[in-house]
Design a protein around this ligand. Structure first.
Ligand code: ADP
Ligand code: TRP
Length: 311
C-alpha cells in the first residue's frame, strides 16, 4: 500500500481554501493509502509565540480534521512535536543542504519581503517539512499550489541523502488538484490566513455571511468575478451558469446564494465538530503519536546506522 501524508499548521482558524485545497482531497483519497495527517505545531512556532493560543489551535485543528470526515481509526492523526525524530532528522538533513539552496524558497522570500521576522526556524522550514514527509516513506503529499516548492525540496533532500549514504528515502510526489490549487480570497488574491481575506471554514453562519458580503465586487462587471470564482467551487456546471446568467448585476442575490451553498456543505460538519470534546482530541493524539513515533523511530535507527553515529 502506498503512503500518504499531509499536515496543516495550527496557526489560526482554517478557511475554505484549506478545506477545498487540501482537506477535502485528503478525505476523498486517504482510505486507499496508509495515511498520516499531521498537526505541524513546530512549523507554527516559527510565527506564533502565544502558548495559550497555540494550545487552543492544536485542539481546534484536530477537531477540524475529524469534522471534515477523517476517521482516526483509518489515518494516523498526530502532533509533529510528539515525534522527536522530526527535529533530529532535520538536523541531519541540515548538514547536507546549502544556505544558498534554502535562500531560494518562495515562502521565506515572501516573509522577508513583507518585513516579517525571518528567524532561523523560518529559514529552515522546508527541511523540517522534508523530515515530516521522508520519515514515513511517503509516496504522495496532497497540498495546495503554494506548497509545491516545498515538496520539490523534500525530493531534493531525499536525493542528497540517498546519494551520500545509499538508498534510504522514497522520493515523494505532490498531489495538487488542478482546478482548486489556489482558492481565491475575498479580495480575489489567494485565500490565506496571513492576508485577512478568508472565509472561515467553521465560522458561525453570521461569520460566513460577513465574509461573503465582504467579497470585493467590480461594480462595472455584470458578473462579479471574485464571487463567481469562489462560487464555482461549491456549485457546478449548468446550475452555476444559469444562476449567473439570470442574475446579472444582482450581487446581493448571488452572494446570498453563495452563502446558502457554503452553508449546505459546512453546516453538517459544523454540527459534528461541536460534538468533539478536548478529551476526544487528546485521546486521538495520544494514540496517533504512539503509532507515528514507532514508525519514525524505526526509520531513525536505519538513518543513525547509515550516517555512522550508531557505533
Ligand atoms: P495559509 O496560507 O492560510 O496560512 P497554510 O499555509 O497553513 O495556509 O496552508 C495549509 C494548506 O492549505 C497547504 O497545503 C496549502 O497549500 C493549502 N492552502 C492554503 N491556502 C489555500 C488556497 N487559497 N487554495 C488552495 N489551497 C490552499
Ligand atoms: N508547510 C505546510 C503548510 O504551511 C504544512 C506542512 C508541514 C506540511 N509539514 C508538512 C504539509 C508535510 C504537507 C506535508 O501548509
Amino acid at each position: 500500500m502506498q503512503r500518504l501524508l499531509t499536515g496543516l499548521q495550527p496557526s489560526g482558524a482554517l478557511h475554505i481554501g484549506n478545506y477545498l485545497g487540501v482537506l477535502r482531497p485528503f478525505v476523498n483519497m486517504y482510505e486507499k493509502y496508509e495515511s498520516h495527517l499531521m498537526v505541524a505545531d513546530y512549523h507554527a512556532l516559527t510565527t506564533l509565540k502565544d502558548p495559550a493560543l497555540l494550545r487552543q489551535n492544536i485542539l481546534d485543528v484536530v477537531r477540524d480534521y475529524i469534522a471534515v470526515g477523517v476517521d482516526p481509526k483509518k489515518a494516523i492523526i498526530f502532533q509533529q512535536s510528539e515525534v522527536q525524530a522530526h527535529t533530529e532528522m532535520t538536523w541531519i538533513f541540515n548538514t547536507l543542504i546549502t544556505m544558498s539552496f534554502l535562500e531560494l524558497a518562495h515562502a521565506f522570500k515572501d516573509k522577508e519581503a513583507r518585513g516579517l521576522e525571518t528567524n532561523v526556524g523560518l529559514f529552515d522550514y522546508p527541511i523540517l517539512m522534508a523530515a515530516d514527509i521522508l520519515l514515513y516513506d511517503t509516496d504522495v503529499v496532497p497540498v495546495g499550489q503554494d506548497q509545491k516548492q516545498h515538496i520539490e525540496y523534500a525530493r531534493e533532500v531525499a536525493g542528497k541523502f540517498n546519494a551520500a549514504y545509499g538508498d534510504t528515502f522514497v522520493l515523494p510526489k505532490e498531489q495538487i488538484i488542478k482546478d482548486i490549487a489556489v482558492v481565491p480570497g475575498t479580495d480575489g488574491k489567494k485565500m490565506s490566513k496571513s492576508y485577512g481575506n478568508t472565509i472561515p471554514l467553521f465560522g458561525t453562519r453570521e461569520e460566513i455571511q460577513k465574509a461573503v458580503m465582504g467579497i470585493v465586487t467590480d461594480s462595472k462587471a455584470e458578473s462579479p468575478e471574485n464571487v463567481y470564482n469562489i462560487h464555482r467551487l461549491f456549485r457546478s456546471g449548468e446550475s452555476l451558469a444559469t444562476l449567473y446568467k439570470e442574475n446579472k448585476g444582482k450581487y446581493k442575490v448571488l452572494k446570498d446564494t453563495l452563502i446558502e451553498d457554503i452553508e449546505a456543505v459546512v453546516a453538517p460538519m459544523r454540527q459534528k465538530r461541536a460534538s468533539i470534546s478536548d478529551a476526544d482530541v487528546k485521546d486521538i493524539l495520544k494514540d496517533g503519536g504512539e503509532k507515528a513515533r514507532e514508525r519514525a523511530e524505526a526509520k531513525m535507527k536505519d538513518v543513525r546506522q547509515k550516517i555512522g553515529v550508531s557505533i
